[in-house]
Design a protein around this ligand. Structure first.
Ligand code: ATP
Ligand code: MG
Length: 423
């Protein structure tokens, strides 16, 4: 016997026994996006590597250590998408979507993402994101709308009180230039203590230290100057307005100046929703404004803001909150037979049920009548019937109510109609 081949490290099967959770989450998300006027977009699983190097940024953890990159037969470098924003921006440019009515509102759900990280609870190499991207609106009201989408999703799941919204502004290139200098002045004396990655990218992008997972880097970052003290007047006013709007909408938040987000292209507003219940990998949703990205990827300037939300982490949060996912409907009817010669007739009967929207199963294994009834019991069907020679002769079959109701006769030529009336 040959040995079984296991799934690759950091990946997971989503089994029939848990698929109802995914269907439910996906359906709630789709409804939410419909309610907010967002339309779904689907992009390829792989893109040119350059897209992520430019769109995510070559000083980020994603580009420096986490990409699954391959070379195709033509020598082109391709990368499995680690995130959804840069592919969406590429699609917006490629298809000229910026020329349609603005703002442009799109979402993806669920999008598989690939990152070569160390697998642990809440961190996989293949995982799924729901995300929204809003283009052509640079106002604080647009920031509030995007945050409100995530908040409303959590509210619909009864999680609003279990997740904390953390908010920050990382300013614009103007404020960041002044801040960068202050941060560098602070970090340089610590350079030897920083992890190798942070040391290597410190001069080019010192803010990355806030996002580093190393405890030593985090300890150093805790004493660093904060971007909020360096915002220009416009960025400060934008941030004030967003905070006022969220307060007026009664969306609780906490300003956390250490949130800089992992991607290079963010401007001004950045935010995360953090769960207190799913362990160390607690950020369920992260997002922010990326007004420079469309230009970075070759387009005319176009404001953008969005978020990515980890569906595995959302389901973990729902599970730990004891959320009751609606189960999938079971099989309604089992039609058995006494003899294989009745197979075609039995198939026609279950087909009439299925066409009437009533789920039905029949024997395809060649079981005895007793074993068929036992199987019907395991399926948990509502009704079961066995077709035999007598039933064919009489043109009618006795249907057993497996949930304790009275048995009844159903004529074979009106089988689906009679069952439908009883369901
Ligand atoms: P983290 O700090 O946990 O590494 P990140 O900043 O890299 O997160 P984003 O790029 O903002 O994450 O992705 C958005 C969301 O996608 C995260 O908040 C998280 O819920 C989810 N996510 C990111 N990486 C993973 C992963 N490896 N496995 C499962 N979910 C993930
Ligand atoms: Mg990460």
């Amino acid at each position: 016997m040959s040995t079984i081949i296991h799934l690759p490290k950091g990946t997971r099967d989503i089994l029939p026994s848990e698929i109802h959770k995914w269907y439910h989450v996906e359906a709630v998300i789709r409804r939410l996006c419909d309610d907010f006027g967002y339309r779904e977009i689907r992009t390829p699983v792989f893109e040119s590597t350059d897209l992520f190097v430019r769109g995510v940024g070559d000083t980020t953890d994603i580009v420096q250590k986490e990409m699954f990159t391959l070379t195709d037969a033509g020598g082109r470098s391709l990368t499995l998408r680690p995130e959804g924003t840069s592919p969406v921006v590429r699609a917006v440019l490629e298809n000229g979507l910026y020329a349609g009515p603005l703002p442009l509102k799109v979402y993806y759900n669920p999008l598989t993402c690939y990152r070569a990280e160390k697998p642990q609870a809440g961190r996989q190499r293949e995982f799924h994101q729901f995300g929204v991207e809003l283009f052509g609106a640079a106002t604080a009201a647009a920031d509030a709308e995007v945050i409100l989408i995530a908040y409303e999703l959590f509210r619909r799941f009864g999680l609003a009180e279990r997740l904390l919204l953390k908010l920050n502004s990382i300013g614009c290139p103007d404020c960041r230039a002044r801040y960068r200098q202050a941060l560098l002045d602070f970090l340089r004396p610590h350079a030897e203590e920083l992890c190798e990655t942070c040391r290597g990218r410190m001069e080019r992008n010192p803010m990355r230290v806030f996002d580093c997972k190393s405890e030593i880097c985090q300890g150093i970052a805790a004493g660093a100057p904060l971007i909020l003290d360096y915002l220009c007047d416009d960025c400060a006013a934008h941030f004030e307005q967003l905070k006022e709007t969220l307060t007026a909408l009664e969306i609780p938040f906490e300003v956390d100046a250490s949130i800089v987000r992992g991607l290079d292209y963010y401007r001004r507003t950045v935010f995360e929703f953090v769960s207190g219940e799913i362990g160390a990998q607690s950020t369920v949703c992260g997002g922010g404004r990326y007004d420079g990205l469309v230009e970075e990827l070759g387009g005319d300037p176009l404001a953008g803001i969005g978020f990515g939300l980890g569906i595995e982490r959302l389901i973990m949060t729902l599970d730990s909150a004891g959320y009751e996912f609606p189960p999938l409907p079971g099989i309604a009817v089992y039609v058995g037979m006494t003899d294989a010669s009745l197979d075609v007739l039995t198939t026609k009967l279950v087909t009439s049920l299925r066409r009437a929207g009533i789920s039905a199963e029949k024997d395809i294994v060649g079981r005895s009548v007793k074993a068929q009834m036992k199987y019907a019991g395991k399926l948990g069907v509502r009704f079961a019937a066995i077709i035999g020679g007598d039933e064919v002769a009489a043109g009618t079959v006795r249907v057993k109510d497996m949930q304790g109701g009275e048995p009844f006769e159903a004529p074979l030529d009106r089988f689906a109609e009679v069952i439908a009336e009883k369901l």
